[in-house]
Design a protein around this ligand. Structure first.
Ligand code: GUN
Length: 293
């Protein structure tokens, strides 16, 4: 029997409806309009399309959003100045600097400059530390989206063998920490695999829940998974383009190969991706509410 599809599109739509209702309530009862500023440096087409999607989603939900685009030659100090200005601007409750930045800009310096209260990406060291300690904070969007996908499809992590492929700061490390926590959505036994893991399949075949965020198209095959496993594919790999110039996307999981062995699986596109943007909106609303107490 083919795996059950975990539709990020459908689950994200439900959460967006909830956010939209909350945005209307904040506006009507508190005259509060959550605000998001996105900052894009350079003209990388993938980054441009991600930032466009973030701003478009914000507007649909009634969140005030502004995109600031700077040329690729912008200096680190110019970008720092802009971040400081946005930190002081009470219209913006959330600040997002799209990564990657041009190589002459130190990413860590920029992320550190964003006020932790406005850090809707959850990348600031203060928020990273709080996440690790299990304290309330703005959570990074993709890991938070994965937790929501599991929760809203009634997949329990408690006591589960969770195997994560990839150790990035954006996905692998934070999702590993969240899954470890002593609370609902956590309580898993967590293994993290990476490029130096000796026998990847040995680990991934033990997974009740396999989360793949490696950035390698179609790397996970049927032989890597256990019968009935939950497979969460975070990969978005551009493997070509259509005659019309549209990107052809593939996940890190070879969907066709695993679909008859997995118990449930997220598609690419339409799985984790829509959840990531939705969690950014949720974080912006959370930051706005916290800003006014
Ligand atoms: N680049 C790729 N993913 C992300 C993300 O989640 N946030 C930011 N700021 N940049 C990214």
């Amino acid at each position: 029997m083919p795996a059950t599809l975990i539709s990020g599109v459908a689950i994200a739509a439900t959460i967006r409806d909830e956010i939209s209702i909350e945005v209307s309530r904040l506006k009507d009862q508190h005259s509060l309009i959550p605000g998001l500023v996105t900052i894009l440096v350079g003209d990388d087409p993938a980054s441009q399309s991600y930032v466009r999607a973030k701003n478009a989603t914000a507007r649909v939900l009634g969140i005030h959003s502004q995109q600031i685009t700077l040329p690729a030659h912008t200096s680190e100090s110019e970008l720092l100045q802009l971040v400081h200005t946005c930190n002081r601007d009470s219209v913006f409750h959330g600040i997002l600097v799209q990564l990657p930045l041009p190589s002459h800009i130190n990413e860590a310096n920029i992320l550190f400059a964003i006020s932790p209260e406005k850090d809707v990406d959850g990348f600031h060291p203060v928020n990273v530390g709080k996440l690790m300690l299990g304290e309330p904070c703005l959570l990074p969007c993709t890991p938070q989206g994965i937790l929501e996908l599991l929760e809203r499809t009634n997949i329990s992590t408690s006591g589960a063998e969770v195997v994560i492929v990839g150790r990035s700061n954006i996905v692998g490390k934070p999702i590993a920490n969240l899954m470890l926590q002593k609370r609902p959505g956590g309580n898993a036994t967590v293994t993290v695999c990476h490029t130096r893991t000796r026998d990847m399949a040995f680990h991934t075949r033990r997974a009740d829940i396999l989360i793949v965020a490696a950035g390698v198209a179609n790397m996970i095959k049927a032989e890597h998974i256990k019968e009935g496993a939950v497979v969460i594919d975070v990969g978005v790999n551009r493997i070509g383009q259509t005659a019309g110039g549209k990107a052809i996307l593939a996940g890190d999981v070879d969907f066709a190969d695993v679909v008859n062995k997995a118990g449930s699986i997220t598609p690419v596109p339409g799985g984790v991706g829509p959840m990531t943007i939705t969690m950014l909106m949720k974080n912006t609303v959370q930051a706005a509410k916290q800003a006014v107490g």
